[in-house]
Ligand binder design. Structure first.
Ligand SMILES: Nc1ncnc2c1ncn2[C@@H]1O[C@H](COP(=O)(O)OP(=O)(O)O)[C@@H](O)[C@H]1O
Ligand SMILES: O=C(CO)[C@@H](O)[C@H](O)COP(=O)(O)O
Length: 461
């Protein structure tokens, strides 16, 4: 049996999954946590990778591996290849006004057409503008700029490479032309650092201790490979409830949304991946559980014991600011608190429904009117989320068996490299459960009534 390893270096942790290259059968896996915070020393990703690989029983018997990671993070390297400062992650909002400045200079439509997305605080180009405005010494020391998956792949191979999927989240690479927009980077950053070579989906990034290393990609692109693909035209989209909430589908043509809500990414197979992303997702449940002093399992039981709509109690989940809607300085809030709704069950229900209404808005923003939603990510492990989701989304929800779909997608990319076939190897799809429920539209109506006034403060392009 030939084995492949997939790595998911995401916001909260690193996961390593080992699978059979031919069938995709799960062999073993391990994980290790990342530091908290939105500014992280890249060395911590390497430490977590080593610990996760060890927890997975080591990589001695794998023939190839691939690294997928959180998108957008800014990693600046000096002439020697050492990091200039801690990386600013996708969910670090200090670059919000830099993003607004970039949009004001060119206009939202120009950005959407030039690089497929209107930059928000998350995008690398906005973080580089922030660095240019606040840390000129670090700009002078920066010889090259890359992303988390590029940095980890470079630690493995010694070469600075990236792929289409992750490059499309920088704000200076165009999915439509497949080329860097170095002029855009120079304008935003004031100088032109070296950039990673953009590999095609089946190109080899290099070797690590005799094993082939695949190009890797961003975590959402890998998730799509991991669940086996879902195209908007087939009536299906994927919603991931990780640290971020994302709604996305594969498309055959690039997108350019001047409203800035849809990021026009490329995928990991040569196609495209329009995606809407929220800053707040699974950690809304973590926060509610910690507020109530209960486990996530108990939070789920409490939520399911409360009436649909939580008797009007609404939790607006903007706990980390927000990206969609564009409210980088927003905070979360509770509305409709009365003696009757001041119970743990009501609060738990409001947290689950608030999260789901927030994600349902993201699904609407994607504009594909899907017939079914496939739910993945850590938050999809919550029974309450799975059972309440179809009522809030107003559609059936498919939940693949719990698993690490980003790492699995990376493993599939590694298997593709070995297979040398035009399309990724067909792996047996994971078993999945289908959740149906009568739509309960007034849950979203009440949420819209409460969130409406906040939306008028949206930064927007
Ligand atoms: N049973 C569960 N119920 C609710 N949330 C869960 C459950 N298990 C894990 N999570 C949440 O999933 C999140 C991690 O999801 P994951 O997709 O691994 O995130 P990321 O890839 O961004 O690091 C954590 O916030 C964790 O609390
Ligand atoms: O910024 C985005 C997508 O544009 C996020 O989806 C990041 O890629 C982080 O992913 P997770 O750690 O939540 O999986």
């Amino acid at each position: 049996m030939t084995l492949v390893a997939g790595v998911d270096s995401s916001t909260q942790s690193c996961k390593v999954v080992i699978r059979d290259a031919e069938t995709g059968a799960h062999v073993r896996e391990g994980s290790a946590p990342h530091p908290t915070g939105t500014e992280v020393a890249p060395a911590a990703w390497w430490d977590a990778f080593e610990r996760a690989a060890e927890a997975a029983g080591g990589l001695a018997d794998v023939a190839a591996l691939s690294v997928a990671a959180q998108q957008h993070g800014m990693v600046c390297l000096d002439e020697r290849g050492d990091v200039v400062r801690d990386a600013l992650l996708w969910n670090d909002t200090r670059s919000a006004s830099a993003a607004a400045g970039l949009v004001a200079e060119r206009g939202a439509r120009w950005w959407a057409e030039a690089v497929g997305s209107v930059p928000l605080a998350s995008f690398t180009v906005a973080k580089l503008r922030w660095l240019a405005e606040h840390e000129p010494d670090n700009v002078r020391r920066t010889a090259s700029v890359c992303l988390p998956h590029d940095w980890l792949t470079r630690r493995l191979t010694g070469r600075l490479t990236t792929d289409r999927g992750d490059a499309s989240g920088t704000g200076y690479w165009s999915p439509a032309t497949g080329e860097y927009r170095r002029d855009v980077l120079k304008d935003a950053f004031g100088t032109l650092p070296e950039l990673p070579r953009v590999l095609g989906p089946r190109d080899q990034a290099g070797e690590w201790e005799g094993r082939a290393v695949a190009p890797g990609t961003g975590d959402n692109m890998a998730a799509m490979l991991g669940v086996g693909g879902a195209s908007g035209s087939s009536g299906e989209i994927v919603v991931s409830i990780g640290t971020s909430g994302t709604a996305f589908a594969v498309a055959d043509t690039p997108s350019a949304d001047p409203s800035g809500k849809i990021a026009g990414f490329a995928d990991a197979t040569g196609r495209y991946l329009p995606l809407v992303c929220t800053l707040n997702a699974a950690r809304v449940l973590d926060a509610a559980a910690s507020l109530l002093g209960v486990s996530l399992e108990r939070l789920s039981e409490l939520a399911l014991s409360a009436p649909a709509g939580a008797d009007g109690l609404v939790l607006l989940p903007y706990l980390e600011g927000e990206r969609t809607p564009d409210l980088p300085d927003a905070t979360g809030s509770l509305h409709g608190l009365r003696l009757a709704t001041a119970t743990p069950a009501h609060l738990a229900r409001a947290a689950v429904e608030g999260l789901l209404c927030h994600l349902a808005d993201a699904v609407d923003a994607l504009g594909l009117a899907p017939e079914r939603i496939r739910l993945i990510g850590g938050g999809a492990r919550s029974e309450a989320v799975r059972r309440i989701a179809p009522a809030v989304f107003g559609r059936p929800v498919l939940v693949p068996e719990p698993g690490e779909y980003v790492a699995t997608g990376a493993a599939r990319q590694a298997a593709w490299l070995l297979a040398e076939t035009p399309e990724p190897p067909e792996w047996a799809p994971a078993g999945e459960a289908r959740y149906d429920a009568e739509p309960v539209p007034w849950i979203r109506e009440r949420y819209a009534e409460v969130s409406g006034p906040f939306l008028s403060a949206e930064v927007g392009p």
